[in-house]
Design a protein around this ligand. Structure first.
Ligand code: SAH
Ligand code: SF4
Ligand code: F3S
Length: 582
């Protein structure tokens, strides 16, 4: 009897199909008893390949596992459960996955209850699940990108039936809300706004692995972002394969510009987004970015190729000229805006002339950063069927030539930063040296500078003292203690007690009833003062009584009472903070 149950396998033809019956699902999280028992105290390890979308999925996977009582470990050897979250975008990403699966054979040998799952985009490709099961029989669970919300049930089913499971559905998918999540970072967060992609660029596997494009309800996005702001997050990156498409499926005028504006208004210090397609980048989006200081002036605008004929073959929907026009518009309306890109070298039959168009475009744009890739055929995409007359040697030679041109552009931007001061959001000590911090400027430049570890998560001013191509060396220009104090003050503003106080104060200051009661008190007070000089005891006593009753009316007003009570709580909180500092 086979050890593996194939519940479903991916089907690329189905993945291509556009369906309009997607729904938003909001179900409470239920942990099956068998998973609770299995999970209690078990250490889990997750290895993620690929893009930010996959990193966000890792946080959700971790949220499920923690709900089942498991605890994260960064040491794969001590893991009692491991998940490998894969990427399918290029062949080399896939090769790394096989090596990673191989590593876990040792865990199984040591611990017969060790549980291994493989998930992510690569599982959505036809043939992959069977290949993995054939070569790595110790894999217990294979599931796809649309099966993530079912993770605990799948683990439970595998344990209960004592079988390995494969469940990779290909239908385009719904939107699932109320997902558990354990964020990897405490001050920078990714928030999904769209899932999937409908663009079907001819080389790209993503629409097949992630399904049809769908937008999360605006209220759900805003709720998630609001709680991040309240938790003191410093940066939110709105995620989507093509964020520009946000809201088009609602057919009610909601657009990416709408969500950008509304998330920015929640007060997050830094708002970023990725990725934007150059085809539907609207003027309204540019205007919102230009007018909103907490939207970072940094746009990832993948060009892929500088040749119009090549762009047509890639299915990119814009021309070299319209792309350059867009870059010009962005730079005019958002001065100092960084522009970064992705480029593919060696698409089938790329001519020298087409490649040179890419070089000249890079010379003209001078990107702040560029991710360059050698074309990798993806089975099931239209480009994979094209015959190719370009040799690997030529592709590599072009790749090296492109890198040189890209580097010159990047250098021109870094040189211009020398001597100037930039706000840097500190990620923490750099990998190489504990005493050196690293972080990013608003335009996304990596800066390393000496400083204390406690600045992690603070935004600090740094002067650039040395420029390297892809990172800078800087020096702090403010006493780090002051930077920390500023952050502490901001964090205090987000305390529930402080928020209640600020709301009560606002209501107090804006209440018409309160201001008329106060006017009554003042009037009565003046009358008492006037009569005290006249010597008419009866009238004086009457005025005093009127004053007292106006005071009572003022003090008993609910808005006034609320304000006074919240003020007391706020004072106690500040006193507590002062005691700690002392
Ligand atoms: N949605 C984003 C990102 C897609 S994947 C976008 O449209 O820009 C990230 C990058 O991988 C792409 O921009 C592209 O440059 C590269 N890429 C995608 N498919 C590829 C392939 N088959 N071979 C090489 N690079 C590829
Ligand atoms: Fe792939 Fe194109 Fe969609 Fe980007 S826009 S994910 S490159 S199909
Ligand atoms: Fe890779 Fe899937 Fe992202 S293919 S790039 S992990 S959407």
């Amino acid at each position: 009897m086979s050890r593996t149950i194939y519940k479903s396998l991916p089907d690329l033809a189905l993945a291509r199909t556009k369906r309009d019956d997607g729904k938003t699902i909001r179900e409470p999280l239920v942990v099956p008893d068998i998973v609770k028992e299995f999970g209690e105290g078990r250490k889990f390890f997750i290895k993620t390949f690929g893009c930010q979308g996959n990193v966000r999925d890792e946080e959700i996977l971790a949220g499920y596992l923690e709900a089942a009582g498991m605890v994260r470990t960064e040491n794969e050897e001590e893991a009692g459960l491991a998940l490998i979250n894969t990427c399918a975008v290029r062949e080399n990403a896939e090769e790394k996955v096989y090596g990673e699966i191989g590593k876990f054979k040792a865990n199984r040998k040591k611990d017969p209850t060790f549980f291994l799952g493989v998930c992510g985009c690569m599982m959505q490709e036809e043939g992959v699940a069977k290949k993995i099961k054939a070569s790595y029989p110790y894999v217990n669970l294979i599931f796809g990108t649309h099966n993530i919300p079912n993770l605990l049930n799948l683990i439970g089913e595998s344990l209960a039936r004592k079988k390995d499971l494969v469940d990779v559905i290909s239908f385009p998918g719904d939107i699932v809300e109320n997902l558990p999540s354990t964020r990897l970072d405490s001050y920078k967060a990714f928030v999904n706004i769209t899932y999937g992609c409908d663009k079907f660029c001819t080389y790209c596997i993503v629409p097949y692995t992630r399904g049809r494009e769908r937008s999360r309800a605006k209220e759900d996005v805003l709720k998630e972002c609001k709680s991040l702001v309240e938790e003191g997050y410093q940066e939110i990156t709105l995620l989507g394969q093509n964020v520009n498409s946000y809201g088009k499926d609602f057919h009610d005028g909601t657009s990416f510009a709408t969500i950008l504006r509304e998330v920015a208004a929640l007060g997050i210090p830094r708002l970023r987004f990725m990725t934007s397609h150059p085809w539907d980048f609207t003027d309204e989006m540019i205007d919102v970015i230009a007018a909103t200081p907490n939207i970072m002036p940094c746009i990832h605008l993948p060009v892929q190729s500088g040749s119009t004929s090549m762009l047509r073959l890639m299915g990119r929907r814009y021309t070299r000229e319209s792309y350059l026009e867009l870059v010009k518009k962005i730079r005019t309306k958002i001065p100092g805006c960084a522009i970064t890109t992705d480029i593919i070298v060696g698409f089938p039959n790329e001519t020298e002339e087409q490649f040179e168009d890419t070089l000249s475009l890079c010379e003209e744009v001078q990107y702040d950063a560029a991710f360059t890739f050698i074309y990798s055929p993806r089975k099931g995409t239209p480009a994979a069927k094209m015959e190719d007359n370009v040799s690997d040697a030529t592709k590599h030679e072009r790749f090296d030539r492109l890198l040189k041109v890209v580097e010159a552009g990047v250098m021109s931007h870094s040189q211009a930063m020398l001597g100037h001061v930039y706000d840097v959001l500190v990620d923490g000590p750099s990998k190489k040296d504990e005493a050196v911090l690293s972080g990013y400027t608003e335009t996304g430049k990596l800066v390393n500078f000496p400083g204390p570890k406690y600045l992690k998560g603070c935004i600090v001013p740094v002067r650039i003292v040395e420029d390297h191509a892809f990172s800078m060396i800087g020096a702090l220009v403010e006493d780090p203690v002051l930077s920390l104090a500023r952050r502490a003050g901001k964090a205090l503003e987000n305390e529930p007690v402080a928020k209640t106080y600020l709301a009560a104060k606002k209501a107090f200051e804006e209440s018409k009833v309160v201001s008329s009661l106060r006017a009554e008190v003042e009037k009565a007070q003046k009358e008492v003062a006037r009569l005290s000089a006249v010597g008419d005891d009866v009238a004086f006593a009457k005025a005093k009584k009127a004053y007292r009753s106006s005071m009572d009316a003022y003090r008993n007003d609910p808005v006034v009472q609320n304000y006074e009570a919240s003020k007391e709580e706020m004072e106690a909180l500040l006193q507590e903070a002062a005691d700690i500092l002392r």
